[in-house]
Design a protein around this ligand. Structure first.
Ligand code: SF4
Length: 241
């Protein structure tokens, strides 16, 4: 099969691709102690949190995370279960082809664009990286459909670099727990990288996402059963105290 190389967007993306460096922010001793207690509580409840996305190798992780943008992990897993059984390498995905890939993921939002991106990124992986996933932020973010959030999830999940990807759950929970008041995901990520103690940074993304998904839900947070309620400045707001 002839492969067409899309223009290399690396230069365009390189400014955004730089890792978010933890900014020094002075926390009062009380605030630092509160944050310590918060993550100690999360750790006690779930020492080894993991992604709920199903994947088989670094390539299927990249694909699954890219497909999960504006879609639930559950819906992605449902579609990828059969997809990855027939295509779990970039070459196999190219051979499957865009039409069949589109059909396989049609239950996921934005599936047409995502199918195009997955085929395009698979071609780049085959042509430039020998079918392997490059484990650097810049190279990952240069792939079609792979943004900062996807790269962070992949790098963190594979243990390459601690990163706290900020999705809608992490953004909301971070605000409610007053871990950040930044108005953008990038700003929240910077605050989290600066404030979450290093030993918890790799797991922080999972804890915050799971907490947002199951307890601190968007419309009506379950403050009455929240394990960190006594450490949360927003609890009074939702419990009407
Ligand atoms: S107390 Fe309520 S608002 Fe605060 S983290 Fe828990 S569920 Fe969310």
């Amino acid at each position: 099969m002839t492969t067409t190389m899309p223009p290399d967007p690396a230069a365009k993306k390189s400014a955004r691709a730089r890792a978010v460096k933890p900014k020094r922010k002075r926390l009062s001793p009380a605030e630092a102690a509160r944050i310590e207690a918060l993550f100690a509580r999360f750790e006690a409840a779930e020492p080894a949190p993991a992604t709920e996305l199903a994947y088989r190798n670094p390539y299927t992780l990249v694909v699954a995370v890219a497909l999960s943008a504006q879609a639930t992990d559950k819906s992605v897993n449902k579609a990828t279960e059969r997809l990855f059984a027939v295509a779990d390498t970039p070459q196999a995905m190219i051979e499957l082809g865009e039409a069949r890939l589109t059909e396989a993921i049609k239950t996921i939002g934005l599936y047409r664009t995502k199918a195009k991106n997955v085929i395009a990124l698979s071609r780049i992986l085959v042509d430039r990286y020998g079918g392997e996933v490059p484990l650097s932020r810049e190279a990952l973010q240069a792939l079609p459909g792979v943004g900062r959030k996807t790269a962070s999830v992949v790098l963190n999940e594979l243990g390459v670099e601690p990163a706290i990807a900020v999705d809608t759950h992490v953004f909301r929970v971070s605000h409610r727990l007053k871990l950040s008041d930044a108005p953008t995901p990038e700003g929240v990520e910077q605050d989290l990288m600066a404030r979450v103690p290093e030993r918890w940074r790799t797991r922080a993304h999972h804890w915050l996402i799971l907490h947002g998904r199951y307890v601190c839900v968007a419309r009506r947070p379950k403050c009455e059963v929240c394990p960190v309620a006594d450490l949360c400045p927003s609890r009074a707001l939702y419990l009407g105290m």
